[in-house]
Write a protein that binds this ligand. Structure first.
Ligand SMILES: *[C@@H]1O[C@H](CO)[C@@H](O)[C@H](O)[C@H]1NC(C)=O
Ligand SMILES: *[C@@H]1O[C@H](CO)[C@@H](O)[C@H](O)[C@H]1NC(C)=O
Ligand SMILES: *[C@@H]1O[C@H](CO)[C@@H](O)[C@H](O)[C@H]1NC(C)=O
Ligand SMILES: *[C@@H]1O[C@H](CO)[C@@H](O)[C@H](O)[C@H]1NC(C)=O
Length: 397
């Protein structure tokens, strides 16, 4: 009996000791595992495995998207390789797939993109009235992120056409009105409405001639033509041929336009922040743009560099003002003062929206992985009724 008792006590002691050791072991390994897990998650969040790949699902306005290519981006002090590709073999490895609004034709029947754990991004740069998917709530909701005028990442129309018109304002290259503007202008015959030739006051080039669709620009210009010569080179209200090489490519267009004092930069839709290269090209060429657009778009232009149709009571009034400037060289020249005013240029640069580039998209993705925002944001459905003005906003008479 006694022996048995001793053995029993010994056994109990062993079991208790063993349990304590086992408990300590569990606590220790749990802590080690937990720490290991935490490190692992942190590593995952901070270090993308391999490269970040964005698969471009087709063309944008019929051309290869401008970001196509390889980039190096910095995030958290590290350098990463970021690839924008159309190579189908890289699709599986891609983290993001980019779709283009201009390609989505049957918007009402648009199916959700195949996801396969990828983030689908919709890209568009047209005004709400000319966009396909963005102006359709059902369609736009199918994407996780958007890049557009009002999207998660901002993209302005004109940024796609590199349009930063300022020459170096250093001493040698400083803007000179006579050399950079005046010497290129044709002598004008302001009062002779019937003369066809190198009149050189007002030019207009447009090929979308539908009337009363999103604005009344055609009717407005038709009325203007009763008071001032407007040389119309495009299909709409055409009254003069391109002399250069007959092509409507941007460079030959610009050769024609720079001979004029004014260019009618009339947009085909009047939507918030919508302004195109028509205006930016004028600033580059030394021509005063006469703008018809949503007033919100003016904030990204240098003050005093343009004439806004909305500031005139009628088409006739605007025409009269252009004639006045044509006869008053000193007043005309004032429209170029901003070029030698560093405050004005600085204000302008600050007002320009920063365009989305490869690393903006990469950093957006990294920030999402770090929990900076949810995957599914409110879809920026661009309701034309909300973002655009009525077609007859600009008064003709
Ligand atoms: C971009 O990266 C991909 C994948 O690493 C490679 O196959 C391709 O040749 C690269 N392209 C250029 C232009 O460097
Ligand atoms: C991306 O959007 C689709 C479509 O709305 C949705 O089904 C999916 O859950 C989203 N992905 C994530 C990771 O939230
Ligand atoms: C107007 O231009 C036409 C054609 O060039 C010319 O024949 C006519 O003499 C001009 N009229 C005036 C008043 O200059
Ligand atoms: C330069 O531009 C600023 C801002 O538009 C304006 O306040 C200032 O009067 C201009 N200076 C000159 C010399 O024109």
């Amino acid at each position: 009996m006694k022996v048995h008792n001793i053995n029993q006590r010994f056994l109990i002691k062993v079991i208790i000791l063993f349990s304590i050791f086992y408990f300590l072991f569990l606590v220790f390994t749990y802590r080690r595992d937990y720490k290991g897990y935490k490190d692992y998650v942190e590593d995952l969040l901070l270090t993308p495995i391999g490269d970040e790949i964005v698969y471009l699902n087709g063309l944008n306005f019929g051309s290869v998207f401008y970001l196509h290519g390889n980039y190096s981006c910095i995030h958290g002090g590290k350098e990463y390789s970021v690839i924008f590709t159309m190579d189908k073999e890289m699709y599986e490895k891609a983290n993001m797939v980019m779709y283009f609004d201009s390609q989505i034709i049957h918007r009402d029947f648009y199916q959700p993109p195949p996801l396969n754990n990828k983030i689908s991004i919709l890209h568009g740069s047209e005004s709400p009235q000319n966009s396909h998917c963005f102006s359709n709530a059902f369609c736009v909701e199918r994407f996780n992120w958007t890049i557009s005028l009002t999207g998660d990442m901002k993209h302005w129309y004109f940024n796609s056409v590199s349009a930063f018109p300022i020459k170096d304002n250093n001493r040698e290259n400083r803007f000179d009105f006579n050399r950079d503007v005046w010497s290129k202008k044709m002598r004008s015959d302001t009062n002779n409405l019937s003369s066809i030739g190198d009149s050189g006051i007002v030019a207009w080039i447009a090929s979308n001639c539908e009337e009363h669709v999103y604005d009344n620009r055609l009717e407005y210009i038709k009325e203007m033509m009763n008071y001032i010569r407007v040389d119309s080179y495009g299909k709409c209200l055409n009254n003069i041929q391109m002399k250069e090489d007959g092509s409507t490519q941007r460079t030959s267009k610009n050769l024609v336009v720079q001979k004029y004092k004014f260019y009618l930069a009339f947009e085909n839709s009047l939507c918030e922040n919508y302004i195109t290269e028509k205006t930016l090209d004028c600033l580059e060429l030394g021509v005063v743009p006469v703008i018809m657009a949503h007033p919100s778009a003016l904030k990204i232009l240098p003050k005093g560099s343009y004439i806004y149709a909305g500031d005139y009571k009628s088409s006739k009034d605007l025409a009269k003002y252009l004639k006045y400037l044509d006869e008053n060289d000193i007043e005309y020249q004032k429209y170029f003062n901003w070029r030698t005013n560093s405050t004005s240029i600085e204000q302008w640069y600050n007002a320009l929206p920063i365009d989305v580039d490869a690393c903006v998209i990469f950093n957006f993705y990294q920030n999402w992985k770090n929990g900076k925002f949810p995957m599914h944001k409110n879809a920026p459905f661009l309701d034309p009724d909300r973002y655009c003005l009525p077609y007859d906003y600009f008064r003709i008479k």
